[in-house]
Design a protein. Sequence first.
Lengths: 457, 468
Amino acid sequence: MTEALKLAVVGHTNVGKTSLLRTLTRDIGFGEVSHRPSTTRHVEGARLSVDGEPLLELYDTPGLEDAIALLDYLERLERPGERLDGPARTARFLDGSEARQRFEQEAKVLRQLLASDAGLYVIDAREPVLAKYKDELAVLAGCGKPLLPVLNFVAQPGHRDEEWRQALARLGLHALVRFDSVAPPVDGERRLYESLALLLEQARPKLQRLIEDHEAQAAARLASGQRLIAELLVDVAACRRSVAAQPELERGAIRELHDAVRRREQRCVEALLRLYAFRQDDAAASDLPLLDGRWGDDLFNPETLKQLGVKIGGGMAAGAAAGAGVDLMVGGITLGAAALLGAIAGGGAQTARHYGNRLLGKLKGQRELSVDDAVLRLLALRQRQLLAVLATRGHAATEAIRLATPQDQGWREGKLPEALQRCRAHPEWSSLNPGARLQDGERQMALDELQAELRQG
Amino acid sequence: MTVRPSPDLTPLDRIWLTEAVRLREEHAGPLDDDEANRQARTQGGDLPALIERRALWLAHRDGLIEALRHWRQGARLGALALILLALFTGAGLAFAALGDGQRPVNVFWALGSLLGLNLLTLLGWLLGLLLTGDSSGALGRLWLWLSEKLARDARAAQLAPALLSLLHQRRLSRWLLGTGVHALWLLAMASALLTLLALLATRRYGFVWETTILGENAFVGLTQAFGALPALLGFSVPDVEQIRASGALAGDLDGDLDGARQRWAGWLVGVLLVYGLLPRLLLASLCLWRWRRGRAALTLDLNLPAYRLLRERLQPPSERLGIRDAAPAQLHAPTAGAQLDGSAGAVLVAIELDGSRPWPPALSKGIADAGILDDREGRRRLLDQLTRFPPARLAVACDPRRSPDRGTLALIGELSRCAAATRVWLLQAPPGEALDSARLEDWHQALDTLGLTHSSCAPLRWLETGHD
């Protein structure tokens, strides 16, 4: 196995080096991130592997804070009449005593850069181009390693992208990457690694492999997320409660149904967060449209539906039994009979028996509760929204993102997918019902169809 | 516990157990899998191999492999019972068709009892294959239900659903079930054929056909139509005369009675072989072939969310390497001070301002403007100057939007050592912008540590007069 490519992530203090590492490693717990300068005071590494083969090692370093004084000091290290090149001067500095005292932190950075194949020089693009940054680059250049400037925070207002470009060009650094570690562009990682491959030609195959694997993983993660949402929708659509037709019992059953659906949605949210390696109690997760890892707006509040633009029927708008469509006596029987026929056509004795019971219940004056279409739409809309945010969110996000209302017109107003309608007739498909058959072949088929629907719409 | 997964597991068993473990984790929450993961990782391999090895390790620990063995034993016993049932059914069919030889055999009744049920179920199977998309069908569900009832411990409870879900992946259950059903019917038909031959060999049967409303020609045509295919294989077909003769009352026949019997017997055997045995043989082979091909193509569906999470643990795309170079016990701290001898005058200096704000502010005559410090040369020049002519009051203006790094603090400290009194002026944000309160707090802390007075109001009055 070949050696992994080693990269040192360097830069001024407080420009987001640890954040960049978090985003690149998708590890939200890596290091410590805060607004304070000198948060990271040690060198810490992380390794990226593909199929068990290590390809890239990234090292987080302390921030350079005193580069002006260090550059002065480095220049004084040259004895009269002597002409040292960068690496020799850096080596002499590292051997000296100041490397353990005043410039202890800077020495760590330089040592790590010397031990690496290249450096990523992280820049806070909102900062003006100050002389100290130029001196930092001069100090780093003394290590004789290729440097790739990474403009961080370019997605935020007030960045000075152009100024930095010009300044870096004057210093001879023409290749640079814009990469916002909070809201990384979709192809951000690809561009970062491709630019690196330009600097380190021999590492191109490794970087290419990393790019391809990461993109494949991203697509697979998205598919998994859609699967989780499809399962949620099937579970909720197929959920049914039978209750005697007495207002009091009905209210209790509706409350119970609501709670079950809320818990189910919460499970989906948690699964999505886990899938994208966010933790519920993370600062990053708290800026999602979630509160402490939960949706703030209640699922069964008509207001929530309105906010997401889901049209609601009269009964729900009045707030009566919001979200639980009560299958009335007549309607219930027709639905039951149709479903029974469908079940017989499908050849399932089990299903037929289930419907027999339901019909019997109807005749005994029981009512069936199921979850309203509008709630299904809402679930689909906001879980998709969450998935979309998660997919584009860096693991370093520390500031809130405002969500635009999703343009999911299809889910908001159009016909619900046929597969979802089918779930209505199969109570045994819902994990919320007793006696669920989750491995049922038809259920899996419905899941596949829904997943495809979620991918498109 | 060192575990080598049993070598006698077939690839299907392995993938089946893997699926069962996945379902178990899905239903009962994640298992304690640290050791399993480690074991799997140390042996290396690609992701499906790792997942499989982990699952087998867990399956072994939790007795799933044992359960699978029991299950297989049960399945074998069941199969044996079914085979016996098929053999007896076939023999019974043949007995029922031919009777005890006391009375002549009605050929079409015999044919109906030999083939009728077989052809009806075959038709049912074909219809099911064509019409329903549901691959597991009624039999599959029956089996699932049975195994649920029979599963004695919870560990094995996921075995049957796992197999079904696995088979669903490639729509294999219809082929597996088809293989079973057709093989059983094949056995039954073979048993019927043998019994038929044995009976025909050892007893003497007369063959007749009877009708109330149909004509003779209908039976002649039917007999010859049925016999056409077997005739290609060399089976005899009664000629028209013999057929007609069999329509008359038995025994009322002159001529070659034995010849007609033999021809009828040959015809019956041929029809049973071609319409009973051969279709089942062909279908059983087809199903077996599809099943084998499908089984070989079975893989883990790595896109399942459960496997996505496992991948992170078995082949972590990123791992922490730990701290390479530890943090120092304490950072080098810049210090402030004051130069007390021979100082006079007041100086205002700004550090690292960007061009967006007007600088300097209007100053009265007594205050010297030292400009904006940014690069090394400027710093050195000013420090030289201040060391030579230390001012009585020095105000340092900073932009709190920059971060208070050690370099800047060291510079402020160095400047403060050149003046009798130093104050830091933390500038307000330019119009239309706001200061980051967290960063402002950092500045306050850093300056407090340095021991310098700081304020966000312009200290111009202090510079001028020495008091506020």
